[in-house]
Design a binder for this molecule. Structure first.
Ligand SMILES: [Zn+2]
Length: 104
C-alpha cells in the first residue's frame, strides 16, 4: 500500500476550493458546485488521514512498550517469523526482539 500523507489531500482540497472560488467569482454562476464538493471531499479525507495517522502512531508507541518481556501474539503487517522462536517480525530488525536471534 502506498502511503499518501493526509497533508497532501488537505493541500489539494484547499487549492481546489480556492481556485473554484476564484473562477466562480469571475463567471458568477453555481456551475462549479461539483468542484466545491470535490474540494471539501479532499479536505475531509486529509483531516481523516491525519487523524488516523496520529492515532496509529500513538498505538504503535504503546505496543512497542508492551513487547518487553512478553511474546506478542498477533503483530499486524509482519513480514516473517524468527527462525528460532517463531515470533512474528516486521522485517526491519537486525535481531529478534524476543529471543535475540541475529536475523541479518
Ligand atoms: Zn526469536
Amino acid at each position: 500500500m502506498v502511503k499518501i500523507h493526509g497533508a497532501f489531500y488537505l493541500t489539494v482540497g484547499i487549492v481546489v476550493l480556492f481556485y473554484t472560488h476564484y473562477v466562480e467569482n469571475k463567471i458568477g454562476s453555481g456551475r462549479l458546485r461539483f468542484f466545491v464538493l470535490v474540494g471539501y471531499l479532499f479536505l475531509v479525507i486529509g483531516i481523516a488521514k491525519i487523524l488516523i495517522w496520529f492515532i496509529n502512531r500513538k498505538k504503535e508507541t504503546k505496543g512497542e512498550l508492551g513487547y518487553i518481556g512478553n511474546k506478542p501474539q498477533n503483530v499486524k503487517n509482519h513480514l516473517g517469523y524468527c527462525p528460532r522462536c517463531r515470533t512474528p517480525l516486521r522485517g526491519n530488525e537486525n535481531f529478534c526482539y524476543f529471543c535475540g536471534q541475529r536475523l541479518r
